[in-house]
Design a protein around this ligand. Sequence first.
Ligand code: 8YV
Length: 329
Amino acid sequence: MQKILVARPIFADVIERLKQHFEVEWNNGDVLSADELARRLADKDGALTAGDPIGAATLAAAPKLRVVSNMAVGYNNFDMAAFNAANVLGTNTPDVLNESTADFGWALMMAAARRIAESEHWLRAGHWQKWSYDGFLGVDLYGSTLGVIGMGRIGQALARRARGFNMRVVYHNRSRVAPEIEAGLNATYLPKAELLREADHVVLVLPYTAENHHTIGAAELAFMKPTATLTNIARGGIVDDAALAEALREKRIAAAGLDVFEGEPNLNPALLTVPNVVLTPHIASATERTRRAMANLAADNLIAGLGEGPRAGQPPNPINPEVIGRARS
Ligand code: 8YV
């Protein structure tokens, strides 16, 4: 039987599924250090990860490893050049999380715009003595302009929600999406700086790559309206968190909603001291149904990637399909 490592706690019934095909070592505890992960992978044929960094050194220490299945759509934790050089297949879990993640992005955007977290903290702290006409005035979503940066599957799911709020949709993406998709979403392509100038609510839904590092920094924040909100449901590092904290403190933008952070789970401490930001612990895909779907899809990818089950050799979501069938190097 081939050996696999499940590097994180996941649903126990998914572990049972994997046990039908593999000898499973399960880390049902704390996040493994890089050294511990490499040590445990030394004799494994496959691994199921969730954001754990896998690079050249880890692959070199695991000569039998052929498939690493990430329980996430984003795979910036994989060094794909190293995967390709070693002929190791990487897989991810797209699509099953689109709607839950878009719902959450919408919730964060609304919470930021309407100051929900800020006013709730104030109320809990016992400050509510009387109603006041200017208490926690926010900014409207209805009839405003939504700016989506990253018009992939989740970005499109967000844009579809804008219809019910009678919003104009502008977007920026590496390349323009197909005209029929633009037409279906009633979305207009804009260069990034123009989008930032025009949008009332900017939402980031792009993958993290070296080129997307600090897509939003001090210069970009300066383009935004003082009444605008910024929501990041993509990845830490896409926003310069220090520059954002400063812009929020100085009210150069109205508010922000952040589910992902540079260096998470450690946050830039400045973010914890500004009131006009809603902070959540990377939970945009966290519904019972979606996380189960992600875990099962990650298992499907690993099972098929390692040549088991009805789809042997044809995993549903290969990131680098060109290495399938090649000998490990
Ligand atoms: C994951 C995510 O839960 O899919 C992604 O890219 O950010 C989340 O849905 C998280 O990355 C854990 O792997």
